[in-house]
Ligand binder design. Structure first.
Ligand code: ATP
Ligand code: MG
Length: 637
């Protein structure tokens, strides 16, 4: 077992950045290698780097098979759906059986090493089986969040070019069945590289589900045929890809974040123990969807590699009642819980009595991530739960927390508003966006990482090394990874995140690029130009608000077009992206160089001062916006 017991945060962190090869060689002992690494770090081609070169391992083996000797009868996965009312429990032995059957099914459909498999499933056990079955045989999974609409799915299919798509008949939300299959059919119609087969997980929710003969196959039938199969694991070189996960993409085309195998396994094994404080046999409850980065790392790979029990949840935090999560914590003896500030804000609106009804004596920590954690939310949940709240900062790209406290190692005092200190391996700086020089403590700058990125972080963008370099490493003269977030570091190294250097809206924890919504709205035939900004919303964090100008000969009334714009967004991006308000205006405020002044628009929409207007081209355009806001929207949700 790797050395960590009794180590303090400072020495742990210091070694990780000053002697990375010594540090990570030690951490690599946490996982099973079929062949041990020959070289810990290869930095010969920066900003690329390769961890554990020459070592061979397998994610599925480390997450499942490896535990059979010591904990076959321990629960590995508990999949709870408050929508269907069904709870399914799987021991490590049962998980092993399911994953092997799924892997055999994949092989029977022609899926092999290096092939991509798009997984478009709700938060159900089969999503976990599918992911582990892929990594077992060396296929590359690409999970697409079930809330994404057909167009988004099609974009990801065309980029990943999968051999197979796995989907369910339907998901459920707030008691309503949401059919998935029609979205898949539409996406496959639109895609230029549709896979030859679609594997259907039929939950019996949509009796009308359509099946395309020859293309669509039912999982249940194939599973029955392959039950009891034993599929050998494929030993992969540490740097071979394990999975792709697309970011929401502010530039229109989503980026396929590519994860390696060995580095990711080691990062999961270390972080589940040292950050999330989970020891083998303990229970972790992450409320994330498997379609997000948190779901990949802390619903699937982290807890399972760590020999823990992982709780997966489909449903709302408030149904059947606002105590549902706390009831699960009590029933399964959850040790560490992981959720988002949005979810806590929803619960904060409920009677705290729901929380106190349950025995939460086993719960040690509540981790929150994904968006800034505001003080009232942090203080409320901390006081009601009586356990420390650990804010942690990360990105899809990093795959695990970059800034956090490490209760599994040494719990340092938290500072409200800050996720804490750099995680092991992250060489972090806050620099001036113009000069590239480090800013003094207490000053705002761009948060950057010095290469090499630690194990677990993205290795590249799928089939686009240039885009990897260009998107992340080309912002400064020095070769630095830009997080594209503003930050302030205090004198003790606590880092505060101040928001993004680009424009992204966060609606109930879902990240939406304003550019994407703008593109969608502008697709309406009557729209000339549109600007989308995120406007503060008490419940959802932010909501998208549209300001648009119409083409001269549009003919249709403003209200009709506004409604049409909302429809475009719902059809192309999904209902999470639906604009809350649409204003049809005569002109949009722009800079002299023709850039939309989104920041001023947002400020006005939030009844704030529009700020620096020195670059404004036409002051009349701003007046237009003020008047429109006074008059009220042409269409409201
Ligand atoms: P894209 O890169 O396609 O625009 P995204 O950045 O919106 O997608 P994620 O990778 O899921 O999608 O989000 C990472 C971002 O979320 C961070 O860069 C940061 O802005 C924000 N974030 C995450 N955790 C925290 C946190 N604890 N505090 C403040 N902000 C956070
Ligand atoms: Mg991002």
């Amino acid at each position: 077992m790797a050395r960590d017991a009794g180590m303090d945060y400072e020495s742990f962190y210091r070694q990780s950045v000053e002697q990375p090869e010594v540090f990570w060689a030690e951490q690599a002992r946490r996982i099973h290698w079929d062949t041990p690494p020959k070289q810990i770090l290869d930095q010969s081609r920066p900003p690329f780097r390769r961890w554990f070169v020459g070592g061979t391992t397998n994610l599925c083996h480390n997450a499942v098979d490896r535990h059979l000797a010591a904990r076959a009868e321990q629960l590995a996965l508990v999949a709870v759906s408050s929508e269907t009312g069904i709870t399914r429990e799987f021991t490590y032995r049962e998980l092993h059986r399911e994953v092997n059957a799924f892997a055999a099914v994949l092989q029977s459909l022609g899926v092999g090493k290096g092939d991509r498999v798009v997984v478009y499933l709700p938060n159900i056990a089969e999503a976990v089986f599918a992911m582990l079955a892929c990594t077992r045989i060396g296929a590359i999974h690409s999970v697409v969040f079930g809330g994404f609409a057909a167009h988004n799915l099609a974009l990801r299919i065309d980029d990943a070019q999968p051999k197979l798509l796995v989907c369910a008949d339907a998901g459920m939300r707030a008691g309503k069945v949401i059919p998935y299959k029609p979205l898949v059919d539409a996406a496959l119609n639109e895609a230029s590289a549709p896979p030859p087969h679609v594997l259907l997980v039929d939950r019996g929710l949509d009796p009308q589900m359509n099946r395309v003969p020859g293309r669509d196959v039912d999982y249940a039938g194939l599973r029955a045929r392959h039950e009891g199969a034993e599929v050998p694991v494929a030993w992969l070189e540490s740097n071979e890809p394990s999975y792709l996960l697309y970011t929401s993409g502010t530039t229109g085309k989503p980026k396929g974040v590519q994860r390696d195998t060995g580095g990711y396994a080691v990062a999961m094994a270390m972080s589940i123990r040292c950050i999330f404080d989970i020891a083998p046999g303990q229970v972790m409850f992450s409320t994330s969807d498997v379609g997000w980065a948190v779901g990949h790392s802390y619903n699937v790979y982290g807890p399972l590699i760590g020999g823990a029990t992982s709780l997966l949840y489909e449903g709302l935090p408030t149904r059947p009642d606002p105590g549902v999560w706390w009831g699960l914590c009590e029933k399964y003896g959850v040790h560490s819980m992981f959720s988002s500030p949005t979810a806590v804000r929803v619960l904060k609106k409920q009677d705290a009595g729901w929380l106190h009804k349950h025995d939460l004596s086993k719960l040690r920590w509540l981790f929150l991530a994904g968006e800034p954690l505001d003080e009232p939310t942090a203080q409320w949940i901390n006081a009601e739960l009586g356990v420390p709240v650990v804010d942690n900062y990360w990105q899809t790209e990093t795959g695990w927390p970059a800034i956090t406290l490490m209760p599994g190692l040494e719990m340092k005092p938290a500072r409200l508003g800050s996720p804490g200190l750099p995680a092991p391996g992250y060489k972090m700086k806050v620099i001036d966006e113009n000069t590239g020089r480090e800013v003094p403590a207490g000053s705002k700058g761009v948060l950057v990482l010095e290469p090499p990125l630690p194990p677990g972080c993205l290795s590249t963008i799928w089939r686009d090394d240039d885009r990897y370099v260009h998107s992340y490493f080309s912002h400064f003269r020095e070769l630095l990874y830009s997080s594209l977030d503003w930050a302030i570091r205090d004198a003790d190294g606590y880092t505060f995140i101040l928001g993004r250097t680009d424009d992204v809206i966060n609606v109930s924890g879902h990240r939406l690029g304003t550019r994407e919504i703008e593109e969608s709205v502008a697709g309406h035939p009557a729209v000339a130009e549109a600007a989308v900004v995120g406007v503060k919303d008490e419940l959802k964090g932010q909501v998208p608000v549209v300001f648009a100008t119409l083409k001269q000969a549009a003919g249709a009334g403003a209200a009709d077009v506004a409604r049409g714009m909302q429809q475009c967004v719902v059809e192309q991006l999904g209902s999470v992206a639906k604009p809350a308000r649409v204003y049809v205006v005569g002109a949009l405020p722009k800079t002299r160089s023709g850039k939309l002044l989104r920041r001023s628009l947002q400020a006005l929409a939030e009844q704030r001062d529009p700020g620096d207007l020195s670059t404004l081209d036409d002051p009349a355009a701003l007046e237009e916006i003020r008047k429109a806001l006074e008059r009220g929207p042409d269409q409201e949700n």
